[in-house]
Design a protein around this ligand. Structure first.
Ligand SMILES: [Zn+2]
Ligand SMILES: [Zn+2]
Length: 367
């Protein structure tokens, strides 16, 4: 097989720094890795070339020899087997990521959690129950029984390293651990982890909203071996409030006002998030008008802004009047002048004009 130019294979210049070469190799190896491209012969070929190029250019001594000898350079004249290459690359990639690929990171755990309005208002700390896989304390995650549960790996004499030309590879027998388990830990049945129902503290920041995720780092499932633990993700579900509706940081509340109070104005008792207060209703307050209490809404998640509390006026018409009340309202109504109902007066004028114009155009005969 004609050897291709290793620099071309990795797509780097001859002057590339070791870091550049490492980066290029990692990106290409991930892209063409057989696990990602099952049964793709071209990808496999590409992957072999990449691994071969990396084996030389990733090693300063071999690289300088290759730079001198060019295409005549042969590490030992014998091409590595696909398995050797795969192990080598997997191992090197693992080192590049700072972890052993045979050690698995722990998965994230997602739980949903109900949050009350007052917790949103002030922030809080709560306790969430989580079923987790935790590292076994009895065997410290090794999976081996404490009394003679493991013995030194005979294949690598405890070094964890593989033999042969790919010295940096891990021992295949013990997966780089240097020992093999001969008797399993009883607590975790050799898994190195076991289930645990944990009560975990979760900080609820003020201003949280439904759908927000609170992340508690490292409180997901523990990893296997040296694998890092996952995170706990708490999905916030804010309870509805019996009185207030939420719009971002602002709160909205319908405020029914008796007709007479809306006309005359006056003070009225209203609820706030933490208690109650009185607001002034100006005389002649119309249906749909909003009365605002500034700074009495919810705090923003970021910064110091606090929303407002809006009362939306709903005119509450009296029902089931008795004869005396009807008579009183009747006489009150008759006492009003047209200009005291300006909107009605304007409407009446528009109607009169409309009738007059329709009559002159005789487009529509009266019914
Ligand atoms: Zn154990
Ligand atoms: Zn070994």
């Amino acid at each position: 097989m004609a050897r291709r130019d290793y620099y071309n294979v990795l797509g780097v210049k001859k002057t590339a720094s070791p870091d550049d070469i490492k980066r290029a190799f990692r990106a290409l190896a991930l892209k063409y890795h057989p696990d990602r491209n099952p049964e793709d012969v071209d990808a496999e070929q590409r992957f072999r070339e990449i691994a071969e190029a990396w084996e030389v250019l990733g090693d300063p001594e071999k690289r300088s020899m290759y730079d001198r000898l060019g295409p005549f350079y042969k590490p030992d004249g014998k091409p590595p087997t696909p398995d050797e290459l795969k192990d080598f690359v997997t191992d090197t990639l693992g080192n590049l990521f700072g972890r052993n690929p045979r050690n698995q990171p722990g998965a994230d755990i997602k739980v949903s959690h109900r949050v009350t309005f007052s917790q949103v208002a002030t922030g809080d700390e709560t306790v969430v129950e989580v079923a987790r896989q935790v590292r076994c304390g009895r065997c410290d995650g090794s999976g081996a029984a404490a009394d003679g549960g493991k013995k030194t790996c005979e294949n690598c004499n405890g070094s964890g390293k593989g033999s042969g030309r790919l010295l940096r590879a891990r021992c295949s027998r013990c997966a780089g651990m240097g020992y093999v388990v001969i008797k399993k830990c009883q607590t975790c049945s050799g898994e190195g982890r076991h289930g645990s129902n944990d009560r975990l503290k979760v900080k609820i920041p003020k201003g949280v909203a439904t759908g927000q995720k609170l992340k508690v780092r490292g409180k997901g499932h523990d990893g296997l071996g040296d694998g890092v633990p996952g995170d706990l993700l708490v999905l916030v579900d804010v309870d509805e409030h019996p009185i207030f509706r939420r719009r971002g940081e602002d709160l909205i509340c319908d405020l029914p006002l008796p007709y007479s109070l809306a006309v005359l104005g006056g003070s009225v008792a209203v609820p706030t998030l933490v208690g109650h207060t009185e607001i002034q209703v100006p005389p002649g307050t119309a249906q749909g008008k909003t009365l605002r209490l500034s700074g009495k809404g919810l705090p923003a998640a970021k910064g110091r802004r606090v929303g407002d509390l809006h009362f939306k006026v709903v005119i509450d018409l009296p029902k089931n009047l008795d004869a005396k009340q009807r008579a009183a309202l009747q006489s009150y109504s008759e006492s009003l002048h047209a200009e005291q109902h300006p909107a009605s007066a304007a409407f009446a004028r528009a109607l009169a004009t409309h009738i007059a114009e329709s009559a002159s155009s005789d487009s529509e005969p009266p019914a």
